[in-house]
Design a protein around this ligand. Structure first.
Ligand code: BGC
Length: 714
């Protein structure tokens, strides 16, 4: 029997109550849940694993009438026990292989504890670093986020969901959640349809094309209609246009939150709206369980919609092989934190670090006699794991302090944190850190945000270093000792006052379990940094939102207007789209990152000056390592559509490649660009490539590159 025939067969035997049961997801454990499982009144559980999950599964399979297995979900976001860098850090690698491998390893570890389904990847585009959940996604750019999200889906799911080392993925939060007004989590979003289709939907579509098993409907009000009651995005686009055949789960209570949204009068109406638009499973709240049967009896809800929802849920359960193998295999738990996983996490953390400044201080000489290690994040096992870590353990983290002691020897490392923790305003320990710095040949300061400052509901109005960290930096700088800052963070920060005071700055995000050894590899030049910014770094929070693929406006700011110190009012030089009191550009643009060498771009060649619709352009450039260290360059391709029937962004990322070059080595890098890659949604919401002139750049970030032009002919 085919999967669909098996579903038909099962649906024919199910009572309405059993069907509704499949649509219910419960969180946690409770004695009373056992009876619900026996009755077939629950389809999924969240936040339970191991023996407890086995027991619940046994009840479902052996003691419920039809023996339909449960599906166990969990937020396995950037690792299970082996924690990888936060997804934003993974995006900074510009290396989808890293994301694929991280997800494969997370799936392998989680599956061994009975998890069948992760609530990841989060592919919400985030243009506002105040939003705490920017940490969980692929950053500001739809192309990069799509590449990373699709790779994660492939890594979690593999070729065959029934493989005992793979789990189902869930692309979330559908859709627009990252555009919360003011960067406040859960706040309203207003996204015109063209922007929705060209930016916010892009990574979701990529996940669907990669075969993602499930999607999660978001909390936000999208253009006046909550995302969990949104027929346009769920029925029309996801299930209609994209022909998605998996299931949609709501976010936590997001069905009944349509009541405070002012979109449903009560839970019954919320359930009606949720089912009507195609939210197949309700997470935590119980409006489906309590009201669907009555809604069917009253004729308000057609039974076909229930059958469709249940069919989708059963389809994923069949694909996961749960009917054949409902239980996890405990022996597989041996892979947790194995050397292979730790090595992969170390590589990911190393590739995720972005070098933002280096006046020659890095790499450090590992023969130095005395290194001062300061800052609240030098030895903070929990904080380096970042947000959304349920299973990683503090004591399993390898911290920078431990790694530095290993490399240099205990006696050569003087440790003085300077502050109790990241948010501490108590400056009484700073003199001790200054003393340690004075005695050392060099100082490395581990600064930034603790894990609790980003993630869900953890938004910030300020983007500077919290607590008295700036005072610590200033005091260390006063000593005149060579000073390196390593910043661990869940979001882009306003780092100008730090950059000014240090000789080198490495942005390490929250790097995960192996953050310490990975950072130390880079500090001593075992490898050259190769991360690039997946989100723009603003100079000041007042510039937010600031992102590279913006519109030009009728009065674009001029690059010849000199840069001014943040906060100093400038006599307006022309009436252009900028602030008076800060340079119009970001502190560092999207795509930016240094290494221990220099790269030169020469010889841009386009295969044609003119392109017919349907043809492919090949753009080639030669990249040369002109410095003294072996390093990876992330070669980036950007395009601008010069004139459109709707205005087009000043640049859009269309390709990237990581290439490793020895000193003196040159390589030709080729990019292919099909006319379809230039498409966007016009005013009638048709996806079109319009004939006309295009500019193209190949370079090392979103504000650089060799420039060429070509034309698309009708
Ligand atoms: C979050 C989701 C998460 C869910 C389950 C919600 O609060 O928004 O991203 O998957 O909780 O933990």
């Amino acid at each position: 029997m085919s999967c669909e025939e098996r579903i038909d067969d099962l649906l024919a035997q199910m009572s309405l109550a059993e069907k509704v049961g499949q649509m219910r997801q419960i969180s946690g454990t409770d004695e009373g849940y056992k009876e619900l499982i026996r009755q077939g009144a629950a389809g999924s559980f969240l936040n339970i694993l191991g023996e407890q999950a086995r027991e619940y599964q046994r009840l479902a399979v052996e003691e419920s009438r039809l023996g339909i297995p449960l599906i166990f979900g969990r937020d396995v976001i950037h690792g299970f026990r082996t924690v990888f860098p936060i997804p934003l850090g993974q995006a900074a690698t510009f290396d989808p292989e890293i994301a694929r491998e991280g997800a494969r390893i997370a799936a392998r570890e989680a599956a061994a504890f009975g998890i069948n389904w992760t609530l990841a990847p989060m592919v919400d585009i985030a243009r506002d670093p105040r939003w705490g959940r920017i940490a969980e996604g692929g950053g500001e750019d739809p192309y990069l986020a799509a590449c990373m999200g699709a790779a994660m889906v492939e890594g979690f799911q593999g070729e065959d969901l029934a493989d005992p080392e793979r789990i189902a993925a869930c692309a979330k939060h559908y859709v627009g959640y990252g555009a919360a007004e003011g960067g406040r989590d859960y706040d309203a979003t207003w996204i015109p349809e063209g922007l929705l289709r060209d930016v916010y939907l892009v990574p979701f579509h990529a996940c669907v094309q990669a075969g993602v098993a499930t999607l999660m409907s978001a909390f936000n009000d999208l253009n006046g209609v909550p995302a969990s009651g949104n027929a346009f995005t769920l029925r029309q686009i996801l299930k209609g246009e994209w022909v998605f055949d998996g299931f949609v789960v709501s976010d936590w209570n997001s069905i009944i939150e349509m009541i405070p949204h002012g979109f449903a009068a009560d839970e019954k109406e919320a359930a009606l709206k949720g089912v009507m638009v195609g939210v197949d499973m309700e997470m935590v709240s119980t409006s489906y369980a309590e009201h669907i049967e009555a809604l069917i009896e009253e004729g308000a809800l057609p039974i076909e919609l229930i059958d469709e929802a249940v069919r989708r849920i059963l389809r994923i359960k069949f694909r996961l092989g749960l009917f054949e193998n409902p239980y996890y295999e405990q022996e597989r738990q041996a892979v947790v934190l194995c050397d292979e996983h730790l090595e992969a996490a170390r590589k990911a953390a190393r590739e995720s670090c972005v070098l933002l400044k280096n006046d020659g201080l890095l790499p450090l000489n590992n023969e130095l006699d005395r290194l001062a290690v300061v800052g609240p994040l030098a030895d903070a096992g929990r904080d380096q794991l970042g947000c959304w870590v349920f299973d990683g353990r503090d004591e399993e983290s390898r911290t920078p302090l431990q790694a530095l002691r290993e490399v240099l020897g205990e006696e050569k490392v003087v440790y003085a944190p300077g502050l109790e923790n990241c948010r501490s305003a108590d400056e009484s320990m700073i003199p001790q850190a200054v003393g340690a710095a004075r005695e050392a040949e060099a100082v490395v300061a581990f600064l930034g945000e603790d894990a609790g400052l980003s993630g869900e509901a953890h938004c910030r109005a300020f983007l500077d270093l919290p607590g008295a960290q700036q005072q610590l930096v200033d005091a260390l700088a006063e000593t005149g000792r060579p000073l390196v800052a390593v910043i661990m963070t869940g979001r882009p920060l306003t780092l100008e006052p730090v950059i000014e005071k240090v000789g080198a700055l490495l942005l390490a995000w929250h790097p995960g379990t192996m953050g310490g050894p990975a950072i130390v590899d880079l500090l001593f030049g075992v490898e050259s940094p190769s991360g690039r910014l997946p989100a723009t770094l603003p100079r000041t929070v007042g510039q937010v939102p600031i992102y590279y693929n913006r519109k030009n406006t009728g009065r674009p700011p001029r690059d010849d207007v000199p840069s001014i110190p943040t906060g100093t009012p400038l006599d307006p030089q022309g009436f252009t789209a900028k602030h008076l009191d800060v340079d119009h550009g970001p502190l560092f643009p999207f795509g930016y990152g240094l290494s221990y060498t220099t790269f030169e771009y020469t010889d841009l060649q386009l295969s044609a000056q003119q392109l017919k619709m349907g043809e492919t352009l090949t753009a080639a450039v030669t990249v040369t390592n002109t410095g003294g260290a072996k390093a990876v360059e992330v070669v980036q391709l950007y395009v601008r559509d010069l004139v459109g029937s709707v205005t087009r962004p000043v640049r859009e990322l269309k390709g990237f490649q990581r290439i490793a070059l020895e000193p003196g080595e040159s390589r030709q890098v080729l990019f292919e660009l099909h006319t379809d890659d230039l498409a966007f949604h016009n005013i009638d919401m048709e996806r079109v490539t319009e004939p006309g002139g295009f500019r193209l750049w190949i370079g090392s970030h979103s504000q650089s590159g060799l420039q060429g032009e070509f034309e698309v002919m009708d």
